[in-house]
Design a protein around this ligand. Structure first.
Ligand SMILES: [Zn+2]
Length: 306
């Protein structure tokens, strides 16, 4: 993996030497988004006014994604790069830091005031939870940041960007209300969501539901036998009825917890698939940011309100 990354960086340095950002022949800005959540925001704000490329697709994991040669080329040809930051795109960070001197590069997470972020300690270093889209208030501020970045680069379409953003923010507010109604359906004692990795800290904070992730904040480190044992203890002790798999994480570890619980005489089922770091396939209903939030809330409520 290290060697692959080095090759990517070498290629990148070559590209930086010869490429200069330029709009395509259709005169529109080239905007590149890393995650689908960001891509969806750009689509809602800018519509057809920009050429948008979203690097990650359904089921893809931003923590471990190493940019391919063609993607590095796409970054080098972009007018604007928008990424989540806070080390979500751990294998792409260095590319963006280098490109920031050549073009507009927006890290949404790094623009959020630190007192709004969830943090944890790793080897005495304070790190921030990057899964900020699961807090609609933080994400709405991110949407406004994207709007302002687009207006600064493309003032001719400012009115359209402003109007579209107003409409999109209202849609996010409606979705937030729907999520609250769904979580209300779950009896208080059942409000525990156990997932493969810790992507739902902000969700839990916002909607008052306890979250437990087997694998920690990043999928870069694997779950250990001790992690599986500790989680099984918790499930048996709290009599938790359902666990949740995630579309961008291998379900193997969650399945091993279910087996371990069963061996101790506790029946626990998979309550459904949540969309954590990636959106759903086109047509799934979870293929937009607000659709993802609705899907996750309804899946949780259906499984935990039994
Ligand atoms: Zn994640």
């Amino acid at each position: 993996m290290q060697r692959q990354l080095t090759l990517t960086l070498l290629l990148l340095l070559t590209l930086i030497g010869c490429a200069s950002p330029a709009t395509t022949s259709n005169g529109k800005l080239n905007v590149v988004a890393t995650t689908q959540q960001i891509g969806d925001a750009v689509t809602n704000i800018a519509g057809d006014h920009v050429n948008l490329t979203t690097i990650l697709g359904p089921g893809q994991d931003p923590h471990t994604h190493i940019p391919r040669e063609g993607e590095v080329q796409t970054f080098s040809e972009a007018d604007i790069i928008i990424y989540n930051g806070l080390n979500l795109e751990a294998q792409m960070n260095r590319i963006f830091e280098q490109m920031a001197s050549q073009k507009t590069v927006l890290s949404i997470g790094d623009s959020v005031p630190e007192d709004r972020l969830l943090s944890w300690e790793y080897d005495t270093t304070k790190l921030f939870d990057p899964h900020i889209w699961n807090d609609t208030t933080i994400w709405k501020a991110g949407v406004e940041l994207i709007r302002d970045t687009l207006i600064a680069e493309d003032p001719a379409n400012a009115d359209s960007y402003r109007a579209n953003t107003e409409r999109y923010l209202a849609e996010i507010d409606e979705t937030d209300q729907y999520v609250r109604e769904q979580i209300e359906r779950i009896p208080t004692d059942n409000r525990v969501m156990v997932t493969a990795h810790d992507a739902f800290g902000y969700f839990g904070n916002t909607y008052d539901i306890a979250v437990v992730g087997l694998q920690g904040i990043s999928t870069q480190s694997e779950a250990s036998t001790a992690d599986v044992r500790n989680l099984t203890d918790l499930i048996v002790e709290k009599n938790i009825p359902a666990l949740f798999i995630e579309s961008s994480v291998n379900p193997r570890t969650i399945e091993s917890v279910i087996e371990a619980a069963k061996a101790r005489g506790h029946e626990v089922v998979i309550g459904g698939e949540l969309y954590s770091d990636a959106l759903g396939e086109p047509g799934s209903g979870a293929d937009t940011y607000t659709g993802m939030l609705r899907h996750n809330a309804k899946t949780l409520a259906d499984a935990l309100s039994q």
